[in-house]
Write a protein that binds this ligand. Structure first.
Ligand code: SGN
Ligand code: CA
Length: 538
């Protein structure tokens, strides 16, 4: 009889365990926060020389901070495709920003939805296609706009007045408050547009950050003499390729006046009108502001213009570089300050509602970014500032607060990590590795010591040449191909700024031999090949 009651009790427990109210407790919720082009150098948990980000830092303080997190292909839409599919670009097909994303592929949110999660995606996706596998979405079309952005919604498209980072957060919090199904665990992908170029902060942060001065990186005046052709020919130098109007937000009185300032990027079209490549000039983002918003921005814009008009004619190239660097940092970091405030709003909401206790929170970026290192802005290269990306994860009662890890982890690993956390089977053809052992502090079960990288988008804006390579904690070996055939090797421990390509240095002969073989093996392991490289040449 006793056995009978125990059995009945157990059956009741199992049934209630499957019932909706309990489900929330056995499966963790996931809040995936990703910003666009957020350099780890601009997060105080990594480095506090440029900015304080107390809210983003909360995730690291309460969880784990990865110091060697990196991407497989340092460019926006491809990184997102890797994250969603758990496969390298050459297999998911989204090799660059222009390739179409084949949305018949399995993405991890679809698997979550099928497994009973409520799924949503808010913010920047950057694909031509609407997201699959999400119950609800509000995404920016393409790159999206900073001011009064348009959104593509599940029900209808809409334009919302306000600053993009605040608006994405308002929408996300509204989803939590009015749309969340309390009977299901959730997967929320909360994706910021900031700090993507052309770095428009809110009017308040614009004013605040214009008053600040930032330390220059050691390599701001790099002349690339220790590097190969790729570094020398890239068009991402702050002095020569950053644009006064579009980026530094200088407003010329006339186009003729601007032509004098930026002769190198102003082209005269057949009909005599002026055109600048790759940038919509000053008005592309600002043109969306209403009169009230313009008035607020004008206070700071007038100061910038006054300074520029008075001082630019007297500046030599070195001074111009310094001036442009400061303007860049003021705007870039101003946008990040809003991301940090808004991440704080969402973390506060999770805490106030107690949802934080069973929610995995991830903060990352779609890749890293140059903040003047090597004189550059933008990304794309296998070199550290663009190859590495910020990554921190908190998961109460699983990750020990304040943990740090130097393991080589990649955006390729997210899908399998989340699937394992949610106890959902991952498809066999996913190519990452679940980070769960590292999250649990079980470093012995982690045996990957090198990662594979492959960048394709060339020729294109910024002219970063195509390359693939292998990176471990000590070395980085890269092969630049397409219209050149050059190899580069960097000694990561002895030359952390990557100033010297030591590929031809006899001292490194054995390292080159060993890594060349390992790179070949990795290409086989991940099913990449010369045939595929050629098939992507257009
Ligand atoms: C735009 C930017 C580039 C940037 C690409 C890709 N120019 O073209 O600087 O490299 O996007 O960025 S902009 O001034 O017109 O914004 S990505 O993050 O979307 O891949
Ligand atoms: Ca990006």
């Amino acid at each position: 009889m006793k056995y009978f009651f125990t059995t009945i009790f157990t059956i009741m427990l199992i049934i209630s365990g499957c019932s909706s109210s309990e489900q929330n407790n056995d499966k963790p919720n996931i809040l995936f926060i990703m910003s666009d082009d957020h350099a780890y150098q601009a997060i105080s948990a990594y480095d506090d020389r440029l900015i304080q980000t107390p809210n983003i830092d909360r995730i690291a303080n309460e969880g784990i901070l990865f110091n060697n997190a990196c991407v497989t292909n340092s460019i926006c839409a491809p990184s997102r495709a890797v994250i969603l599919t758990g496969k390298h670009s050459h297999l998911n097909g989204k090799i660059d920003n222009h390739a179409k994303f084949d949305d018949s592929q399995i993405t991890f949110p679809q698997l979550f939805k099928n497994a009973g999660y409520q799924t949503a995606m808010y913010g920047k996706l950057h694909f031509g296609n609407n997201p699959k596998g999400v119950d609800d979405f509000f995404i920016l079309p393409g790159q999206g706009d900073y001011i009064n952005p348009k959104f593509l919604g599940k029900e209808k498209d809409t334009v919302i007045t306000g600053y993009v980072t605040d608006v994405i957060t308002d929408l996300t919090l509204n989803w939590f408050k009015t749309k969340r199904d309390k009977n299901k665990p959730f997967l929320m992908m909360y994706l910021h547009k900031a700090p993507h170029r052309a770095w428009w902060p809110s009017p308040e942060k614009f004013a605040e950050f214009y008053e600040k001065e930032f330390p220059e990186p050691e390599t701001l005046f790099d002349d690339y003499s220790g590097r190969g052709t790729a570094a020398k020919t890239a068009e991402m130098n702050i002095l020569t390729h950053m644009q006064y109007m579009h980026d530094s937000k200088v407003r010329p009185s006339t186009m003729e006046e601007m032509g004098k300032v930026e002769p190198e990027i102003v082209y005269i079209k057949g009909d005599g009108s002026l055109m600048r490549p790759n940038a919509g000039g000053f008005n592309r983002p600002f043109g969306r502001a209403n009169e009230e918003q313009k008035k607020k921005y004008d206070v700071t814009l007038d100061k910038i213009n006054k300074d520029f008009k008075e001082n630019w004619p007297k500046m030599n190239d070195r001074e111009k570089m310094k001036w442009k660097f400061q303007r860049y940092m003021q705007d870039y970091l101003g946008t990040i300050s809003s991301v940090d405030d808004n991440v704080g709003r969402v973390l506060d909401y999770l805490e106030e509602t107690g949802l934080d206790k069973n929610t995995i929170v991830v903060y990352t970026s779609d890749q890293g970014f140059y903040l003047g290192e090597h004189g550059w802005f933008d990304k794309r290269f296998i070199y550290d500032e663009s190859f590495k990306t910020p990554l921190m994860i908190k998961w109460p009662n699983v990750i020990k607060p304040g943990t740090t890890s130097k393991e080589m982890v990649q955006n390729l690993d997210f899908a399998q990590t989340f699937l394992e956390a949610a106890m959902i089977d991952a498809p066999d053809d996913m190519q990452g590795e679940s980070l769960i052992p590292l999250l649990k502090g079980d470093t012995d079960s982690w045996d990957r010591d090198a990662v594979y990288y492959h960048y394709y988008e060339y020729p294109s804006v910024h002219m970063a040449k195509r390359h693939y390579g292998i990176v471990n904690k000590e070395y980085k070996l890269a092969h630049f191909y397409y219209d050149i055939d050059e190899w580069e090797l960097y000694d990561r421990l002895n030359d952390p700024n990557e100033m010297n390509n030591v590929y031809n240095d006899p001292k490194y002969k054995d390292v080159v031999e060993k890594l060349t073989q390992e790179l070949k093996d990795l290409r086989v392991k991940y099913k990449d090949s010369e045939e595929l490289d050629k098939s992507f040449i257009y």
